[in-house]
Design a protein around this ligand. Structure first.
Ligand SMILES: *[C@@H]1O[C@H](CO)[C@@H](O)[C@H](O)[C@H]1NC(C)=O
Length: 475
């Protein structure tokens, strides 16, 4: 009797495991042989499973971006900047995933959600907050001055993200967080961003995790991950508007607000920090910018945005900063729903049928030595012609704000903040700002993909030290 039971159990295990094995191997065979993309060369394990990407992004920590570069060299040379317009068409119909305008899958639905946002971020809308941006930039400079008296270095991204957070919260909620009024620059949303970003590779493989996370009560979430506190603060901010939890979770406006605040803080402040690094690291570049600014500045006022935008060298500095900053290092996929995409050149000829995600990695376009000779160098001059006028033929290769119908909605606000903030810091602090224990290799160079690019894990970020104004001794 017991031996009969054993035989059955034994058989069941055998039958069960052969079913699983059979199912898995037919998936693998399908993917390797019959799948519409099977003809595209690459490692078999990457074609058959997600394990490849999981290994590089989850196990090694954000290294898939470099592996993609390597694979392009080994397998297919579809690392062609000319494909930018094919993958991210201006008028094309492409889909992607999620509950907010940023993450909406469906092209038409995205159009509706995005249209609603567009008017709030138009150039005219941004010009209405210009006085607030200028005022906030002045506050920032005064706060930086206070560090000159104390001789303490400033984690510059915390300073700039206080600036961007004050602006976006005023912009979105009509009520600024007033972070610049605090005694010290606090890293504010940075920890929350890092906490969120740390989860992205896992969420990418298992999107349903997000639903589970939304069910966790905030107090418990805080215990598990103190970094999330800043998000809970955003949530509390919305409580001011008497949204109930139900409205917030059902109404996608809550997620929309979270995405907006997220997208408008660490990103722009990261870019301003990067510009600050290069300016302080390259005195000749700084000097040229300073001269250009002084030529239009009056003593007391920061020049208007319209005047700043006309300065070719300043514009080239911002563009070169954006090239170095890459934007989302993770690929931003587009699904072309109606037409197949033809990837064709002398060396390759592939057809990707409708319905499959396609993407380009900004890092490999921005660092392409044919487009940008000595790509690791910071050279604003590459965006200027011989007469020092801004030339635009390279602009289409800039993927920092993504491209096409999904280009960043906040681009006008981001530019306004960059222009005004960099101008204010350059004019008000000028050469009195210096780098503090910050190096390109450790604190700036792309080390891993954390949605945006991240430096070495032991980096303390870009740090600066404002010096005291020279004391005039009257004799
Ligand atoms: C610069 O801005 C882009 C677009 O918002 C963002 O994706 C990128 O991460 C920012 N760069 C840095 C260094 O923060």
């Amino acid at each position: 009797m017991s031996s009969l039971l054993e035989t059955i159990v034994e058989h069941w295990v055998a039958v069960f495991s052969s079913i699983i094995f059979g199912a898995l191997s037919s998936i693998v065979v399908y993917r390797l042989v019959f799948h519409p993309l099977a003809q595209i060369p690459g490692p078999k394990i990457a074609a058959a499973t997600w394990l490849y990407e999981i290994y590089y992004d989850l196990y090694l920590g954000g290294q898939f971006v470099f592996e993609i570069g390597r694979l392009h060299q080994v397998y297919v040379h579809v690392n062609d900047p000319e494909l930018v317009d094919v993958v991210y068409p201006r008028s094309g119909k492409e889909d992607r995933q999620g509950p907010t305008a940023f993450l909406t899958i469906d092209h038409d639905l995205h159009g509706i959600r995005r249209g609603a946002l567009n008017q709030y971020f138009s150039k005219t809308a941004v010009s209405k907050v210009e006085p607030y941006i200028r005022q906030t930039a002045e506050n920032l400079c005064q706060r930086l001055e206070s560090y000159a008296r104390s001789d303490t270095p400033v984690a510059i991204s915390a300073a700039y993200s206080s600036f961007t957070t004050d602006i976006i919260t005023e912009y979105c909620f009509g009520k600024s967080y007033n972070l610049l009024d605090q005694d010290h620059f606090v890293p504010n949303l940075q920890a929350a961003n890092d906490a969120m970003v740390a989860m992205l590779p896992a969420l990418k493989q298992a999107p349903w995790l997000h639903k589970i996370m939304r069910l966790i009560p905030p107090s418990y979430m805080l215990k598990m991950n103190p970094g999330m506190s800043a998000w809970i603060a955003v949530e509390n901010m919305l409580d001011l508007f008497r949204w109930t939890r139900k409205e917030k979770s059902e109404d996608r406006l809550f997620m929309e607000a979270v995405v907006l605040v997220n997208a408008a803080t660490a990103t722009t402040s990261g870019n301003i920090s990067l510009a600050t690094f290069y300016l302080l690291n390259q005195p000749s570049t700084f000097r040229k910018l300073h001269e250009e600014l002084v030529s239009i500045a009056s003593d007391s006022e920061i020049p208007s945005l319209a005047a700043l935008e006309k300065l070719p060298y300043f514009n080239a500095i911002i563009t070169e900063t954006l090239r170095h900053s890459f934007g989302p290092v993770s690929r931003l996929p587009r699904i072309h729903t109606s037409d197949a995409v033809h990837l064709k050149s002398e060396n390759y000829d592939y057809v990707v049928p409708p319905g499959f995600p396609l993407s380009m990695t900004s890092v490999h376009v921005h660092m392409n030595p044919e487009l940008f000779p000595h790509p690791e160098a910071f050279q604003p001059e590459r965006w200027l012609d011989e007469q020092g006028r801004r030339q635009k033929h390279l602009d289409k290769y800039l993927l920092t704000f993504s491209k096409g119908s999904r280009q960043c909605v906040g681009i006008n606000l981001a530019y306004a903040e960059m222009y005004i903030c960099i101008a204010a810091v350059t004019l008000r602090l000028g050469r009195r700002l210096e780098l503090f224990e910050t190096t390109y290799e450790k604190d700036v160079k792309l080390f891993r993909d954390g949605f945006g690019g991240r430096p070495q894990p032991d980096s303390n970020g870009i740090r600066c030290r404002p010096l005291k104004p020279l004391q005039l001794v009257l004799v």
